[in-house]
Design a binder for this molecule. Structure first.
Ligand SMILES: NC(=O)c1ccc[n+]([C@@H]2O[C@H](COP(=O)([O-])OP(=O)(O)OC[C@H]3O[C@@H](n4cnc5c(N)ncnc54)[C@H](OP(=O)(O)O)[C@@H]3O)[C@@H](O)[C@H]2O)c1
Length: 237
């Protein structure tokens, strides 16, 4: 896909990987609708990235709000070419200590909201004469289970299955589906889990991978990709 002049939706655009995705896409001349709840962060991003970045203050778990936004924004003459389902969070804890509300928040934000937005965007993509692309941001936690992140693991394993099924379901409509599995990336995601360290991936590098995936030739699909730090932790002193 040639990104110049295209239209993308990026959820979770207000910080971290989503903000870097938005920057990389606008630098390619792609208009980005960036969804998140923090309006100040979105406005700050618009002042840095310019008018190709369109802030959309929207909780992805407010399904009626999302549906109203899609209905008032897109039409047969104004279709999205790219959907990046990136918004998400990790609430960690032992299974007998994880509050059920935290489980529900993760299932809703990391999984159900992805289905709810995707099902609204796919009909526009099916109408497109050109190849379109859905990219889901999972995690290595969608490939490997680990203690104390069972709820997060469950959501990201689910995104893997959802993505593979969609890839097979939508390929004949010329809709590409890619699932990205990042290892640890230095973002606000880790602030509540003990901070970041010098060996983490940088969001801008994950964004470089996103651009590469999107720019591949039409009949060339990267359906899954894992990106991880070469050396995951600083050497123990
Ligand atoms: N950092 C990592 O190591 C890592 C590794 C693998 C995968 N991931 C995945 O990458 C994605 C982005 O995470 P990040 O690392 O960039 O963390 P981040 O900096 O905390 O960003 C999370 C983004 O999600 C948005 N978000 C959360 N809940 C939302 C809601 N209900 N409605 C709308 N937006 C919501 C946040 O925006 P608002 O708060 O403004 O709404 C924010 O923009 C997540 O899906 C995460 O699971 C991260």
């Amino acid at each position: 896909m040639q990104l110049q002049g295209k239209t993308a939706i990026v959820t979770g655009a207000s910080s971290g990987i989503g903000a870097e995705f938005s920057k990389a896409l606008t630098e390619k001349g792609c208009r980005v609708f960036g969804l998140a709840r923090r309006s100040d962060r979105l406005e700050e991003l618009r002042s840095r990235l310019g008018d190709l970045f369109v802030p959309v203050v929207q909780d992805v778990n407010d399904f009626e709000g999302v549906e109203a936004w899609v209905g008032s924004t897109f039409s047969g003459d104004n279709r999205p070419d790219v959907l990046v389902n990136n918004a998400g969070l990790g609430l960690f804890g032992a299974v007998d200590e994880l509050p059920p509300e935290d489980w529900d928040t993760m299932i809703q934000t990391n999984l159900t909201s992805v289905f709810r937005l995707t099902r609204l965007i796919v009909p526009f993509m099916k109408q497109s004469d050109s190849v379109t692309h859905i990219v889901n941001i999972a995690s290595v936690a969608g490939l490997i289970g680990n203690p104390n992140i069972s709820g997060y693991n469950a959501t990201k394993f689910a995104i893997r299955g959802f993505s593979e099924a969609l890839m097979k379901e939508l390929r004949n409509d010329r809709i590409k589906v890619t699932c990205i599995y990042p290892g640890s990336v230095a973002t606000e995601f880790f602030e509540q889990h003990g901070g970041t360290h010098s060996h983490m991936l940088q969001g801008r590098d994950v964004a470089g991978t996103l651009v590469h995936i999107l720019e591949t030739p039409d009949n060339f699909l990267i359906d899954e990709i894992t990106v991880r730090p070469l050396v995951p932790k600083p050497p123990q002193k």
